[in-house]
Design a protein around this ligand. Structure first.
Ligand SMILES: [Zn+2]
Length: 463
């Protein structure tokens, strides 16, 4: 039976309607968005005092890094830059057994759902056993992450990652032994995983060569060639750090984006994660290729990566998606608003991204958190349109963080001030996974996560 949702306010195409309703099929697809009618031949869900909006799409997550939240905020523990921060991250990565990987991923995904996120793109590079050898099933940990997403109810795109070396002219880093595969093993494992899950609707896949640093060009070209037949989303970290660009120039004579452009790797399936240190020519290359950039501002500020040039990128017509990345925070709209806030601090001006493509600032930022993420992951969600997946959330219009609102100003209030306490219900593929702010597995997920946290950190006095 179809279900008709009748909220007080309904998001549609960048604005809130006060008399709209949303019709969802039994199979979890949006059938229609329309003005309210008196037709009650379907099941009706009245939502007085609520606004209904498309769910957020988190296009770049490493779920296991939820474990290092707060653990790297000391020079004694993690040094003072991105490169030394990785030591803390490797510490956590190397202490997890398969059950832990599942428990930590569930915690990260639950937290995402509590913020109104309905889809996650999980950039997954934890492949091997702690001794660096593949498990009997080399996809065991990928399957643990997929099982975690299905347990929580969030839609997942597993961006299975190729991680082939530590870097140009670098010996293998012992902290990365759980990540390494050969190119042929990566392709075999990826293929097996896709085959096994081909009939599971809420699970899909993307290809993720980790970075130019971790995947030599010859292997990258093979992987990209392999993907051409499948046409899956292709995600790569690019230009997050100045030193990463410098190493790429030393090895290939070009910065990462220019290199990928020369090799014709940039296209509409390509998403470059971070892309902070890119020049105007590289911005043109990404725009010309119709590629997406996934910015992760809450992580980038935490790691001291630099400021993403959102104005230049958006003005060039490039789609910007968002990701929680290291899980320093899981707040999709905090990532969205930081796109503008970081530039405000840098320029000593306000509302830098307003009126790009003639859109209000709040609409531009909201689309980064929704529809651009969906596009990056190759999914039809992130918007409330006929044919799209029925992935959405409701907010309580009287929550203190957003109280005092109307159809005209609610979107701006949400984008700049929504607190997760206002997120009331979350629906994925037409199925309610959060109801009245409560996930049915909440207590179990938190308790299990707490145990893993204690296990991983109990011996670390410095931390
Ligand atoms: Zn990342």
């Amino acid at each position: 039976m179809n279900t008709l949702y009748r909220p007080e306010l309904l998001y549609s195409d960048g604005r809130l309607m006060s008399n709209g309703e949303l019709l969802v099929s039994e199979t979890g697809k949006i059938l229609e968005i329309s003005e309210k009618t008196n037709d009650s031949s379907t099941r009706v869900v009245d939502l007085p005092g609520k606004a209904l909006l498309p769910g957020f799409v988190n296009a770049h997550s490493h779920s296991f890094q939820r474990l290092i939240r707060g653990k790297s905020e000391s020079r004694l523990a993690s040094g003072s830059d991105f490169w030394s921060w990785r030591g803390t991250m490797y510490h956590a990565a190397n202490r997890l057994d398969p059950q832990d990987v599942y428990d930590v991923a569930r915690m990260a995904f639950l937290e995402m759902v509590l913020t109104g996120t309905t889809t996650v793109g999980e950039f997954h590079y934890l492949h091997n056993a702690p001794d660096g050898k593949p498990y009997e099933d080399p996809n065991l940990l990928a399957k643990q992450v997929l099982a975690a997403a299905r347990s929580v109810g969030i839609c997942i795109v597993l961006l299975r990652t190729a991680y082939l070396r530590s870097g140009f002219n670098l010996p293998r880093d012992s902290g990365q032994i759980r990540f390494f595969e050969s190119r042929s093993a990566f392709l075999e494992n990826m293929d097996a995983l896709i085959q096994e899950f081909r009939n599971v609707f809420e699970v899909s896949f993307g290809v993720a060569p980790h970075s130019v640093r971790a995947v030599p060009l010859s292997d990258l070209k093979e992987i990209v060639g392999w993907n051409r037949a499948l046409n899956l989303p292709l995600h790569m970290h690019i230009s997050e750090q100045v030193a990463e660009n410098a190493a790429c120039v030393r090895e290939y004579g070009l910065a990462p984006v220019a290199l990928l452009n020369r090799e014709r790797i940039l296209d509409a399936n390509f998403t470059g994660v971070h892309a902070i240190h890119i020049d105007p020519n590289e911005i043109d290359m990404l725009a010309e290729a119709n590629a997406t950039i996934c910015a992760c501002p809450t992580t980038e500020r935490n790691l001291g990566d630099g400021i993403f040039p959102a104005d230049c990128v958006l003005n060039a017509g490039i789609r910007v998606a968002l990701g929680s990345d290291s899980q320093a925070q899981i707040e999709p709209l905090e990532d969205a608003r930081q796109l503008d806030y970081h530039l405000r601090l840098q320029r000593q001006k306000r509302t830098i991204l307003d009126q790009i493509a003639a859109k209000p600032l709040a609409t531009t930022l909201f689309e980064c958190a929704t529809i651009h993420g969906a596009r990056s992951l190759g999914l039809h969600c992130g918007e409330l349109k006929p044919g799209a997946n029925a992935d959405f959330f409701t907010v309580d219009l009287s929550d203190p963080s957003i109280a005092g609102n109307s159809a005209d100003d609610l979107l701006s209030i949400l984008v700049f001030s929504l607190n997760r306490s206002a997120v009331h219900d979350v629906v994925v593929n037409g199925r309610i996974i959060l109801q009245d702010r409560r996930h049915p597995l909440h207590d179990e997920i938190v308790a299990r996560y707490q145990e893993v946290h204690h296990k991983v950190w109990r011996t670390e006095r410095l931390l």
